[in-house]
Design a protein around this ligand. Structure first.
Ligand SMILES: [Zn+2]
Ligand SMILES: [Zn+2]
Length: 225
């Protein structure tokens, strides 16, 4: 018998020798949990994936005016309800195995949205500060990156002693960039992370990557807040 990774209820269809060929994908969640995960459907901002009924959301219009350096973010779920609880449990309570919840959807989104268009993408994880790393025990971005079928290049580092974030996004992007590049990346990058909130982190990473040879920066995130 297999159990739901999240609520521990027995799974309806357990994997046995007689059915293993017919079960398409090993599900790790029961249908009750899986159905509560709210996917982003319908119209969305073509740059940041926010549910939005025109092609570019208000935020991305502002980014564009500043000279946006991120090509596109694709998010799978709304950062809400069940997905928010799952991410909290996984990331802040150190329940590393819960990354399996996202494996199938992450792989599908990667294939459909990115790998099909550009087979030479490097997956770039967002580094964590030393403090965060010791609090959490793992880097959620690297944990997700490793589930994709593409080379992972850890070319970003993170400065220690980050300043308090300023409110002005332009100033924050330029002055308080917490990232540096450890080696140039001469290929397009796909940053993988759990949540897209303001998009500032991804753009700060993109700024560093592009200063050192990277031609294009995309991002794939589990949830859009
Ligand atoms: Zn469940
Ligand atoms: Zn947008």
């Amino acid at each position: 018998m297999n159990f739901c990774l999240y609520c521990y209820e027995p799974l309806e269809k357990s994997l046995t020798w007689s059915n293993w060929l017919t079960v398409e994908k090993k599900s790790v969640l029961c249908s009750t949990c899986a159905e509560k995960m709210e996917k982003i459907t319908g119209q969305r901002c073509k740059v940041c994936s926010r549910a939005w009924n025109s092609s570019l959301c208000f935020d991305c219009q502002q980014w564009r005016e500043l000279g946006d350096n991120m090509e596109r973010n694709y998010s799978i779920f709304h950062y809400d309800g069940m997905v928010r609880d799952m991410i909290t449990q996984w990331k802040f309570r150190g329940d590393y195995i819960l990354r399996e919840i996202f494996r199938n959807e992450l792989q599908i989104a990667f294939e459909k949205q990115f790998a099909g268009n550009d087979s030479s993408l490097a997956i770039v994880p967002v580094p964590l500060s030393k403090n965060r790393m010791s609090e959490r025990g793992f880097n959620q971005s690297l944990a997700l990156a490793e589930m994709l079928d593409a080379p992972v290049k850890q070319v970003l580092g993170r400065k220690t002693g980050e300043k308090q974030a300023t409110k002005n996004r332009k100033a924050r992007l330029k002055r308080d960039n917490p990232f540096f590049t450890t080696e140039p990346l001469q290929q397009a990058a796909l940053i993988v992370d759990d949540i897209y909130t303001t998009g500032t982190t991804i753009r700060q990473a993109a700024q560093q990557l592009k200063l050192h040879g990277c031609p294009a920066v995309y991002s794939l995130t589990i949830a859009r807040s």
